[in-house]
Design a protein around this ligand. Structure first.
Ligand SMILES: NC(=O)c1ccc[n+]([C@@H]2O[C@H](COP(=O)([O-])OP(=O)(O)OC[C@H]3O[C@@H](n4cnc5c(N)ncnc54)[C@H](OP(=O)(O)O)[C@@H]3O)[C@@H](O)[C@H]2O)c1
Length: 243
């Protein structure tokens, strides 16, 4: 039987990386999964493999995502995001600020606005917001870090807003994960490769497993946040060898 009687799940950003791995894991456990992203061919392939429903949508299109109000999901993996402008502010392009804030903050909030009402109504559900350690510690990226810092505070506010409704909220803050994220973030392959070398990165499946841990905890337990990094990545400071 599925944990907490959860049966249906919406996963955004399902066409690659963390979202794709999560769709596979949820489907293998018997969830009826709706997989949302823009790339149709990737989602079709995932659907053939897992049986998930495909929702082709750009989450920045506020009018389009209103359609999600017609569904009733038990679980919402609020995962779609990107890191355009993953550099210093004085090197960032104007359009990258727009893209990142529009996707990671504006659309992220609009999705919560559309998906939470049915959960609150039935007094049951679980929202998993995918943040980042970049939202918890300064990593020299005002734009991406700022957007994920917003995700952190949104998650904390959401827990308060949902308190007493029976709907749980978990924030997952990963360190570096081996996905398409850095290929999307940087124009140059060299810059993307720099982020992918020098340490053993997390795999998408590691994040999917942490999502399952939160989902499968007993109904009276709310796993508020999970910070998960590669063993060799310690955020938030400089290592001083002499101490
Ligand atoms: N990789 C890391 O090191 C890392 C670390 C911490 C946090 N994260 C976070 O983890 C989440 C997933 O990223 P990932 O690492 O799995 O990267 P990814 O492989 O690039 O996946 C990003 C997903 O988001 C979707 N997406 C982006 N913009 C969208 C839009 N406007 N409408 C609909 N879907 C959109 C993409 O699908 P389409 O392009 O097909 O639309 C894709 O499925 C993001 O929120 C990211 O910030 C990643």
């Amino acid at each position: 039987m599925l944990s907490n009687n959860y049966k249906t799940a919406l996963v955004t950003g399902a066409s690659s990386g963390i979202g794709e791995a999560t769709v596979k894991m949820l489907s293998s456990k018997g969830y009826k999964v709706s997989a949302l992203a823009r790339r149709k061919s990737k989602l079709k392939k995932l659907s053939t493999e897992t049986g998930c429903e495909v929702i082709i949508m750009d989450i920045r299109n506020t009018k389009e995502i209103e359609k999600l109000k017609n569904y009733s999901f038990d679980v919402f993996i609020n995962n779609a995001g990107l890191g355009r402008g993953f550099t210093k502010i004085y090197k960032t392009k104007a359009e990258d600020i727009l893209t990142t804030i529009d996707t990671n903050v504006q659309a992220f909030l609009q999705l919560l606005r559309c998906v939470t009402p049915s959960m609150v109504k039935k007094k049951r559900g679980h929202i998993i917001n995918i943040g980042s350690i970049a939202g918890l510690y300064p990593l020299s990226s005002s734009v991406y870090g700022g957007s994920k810092g917003a995700v952190h505070l949104i998650s904390q506010n959401l827990r308060l807003e949902l308190s007493g409704t029976g709907v749980r909220c978990t924030e997952i803050n990963p360190g570096r994960v081996d996905t398409e994220f850095f290929d999307v973030a940087f124009d140059s392959k060299k810059e993307a490769m720099k982020m992918k070398t020098g340490l053993k990165m997390l795999e998408s499946v590691d994040i999917a497993e942490s999502i399952m841990f939160a989902l499968e905890s007993p109904a009276h337990v709310n796993i508020s946040s999970i910070e998960i990094t590669p063993t060799e990545q310690a955020p938030g400071g400089v290592k001083i060898e002499s101490i």
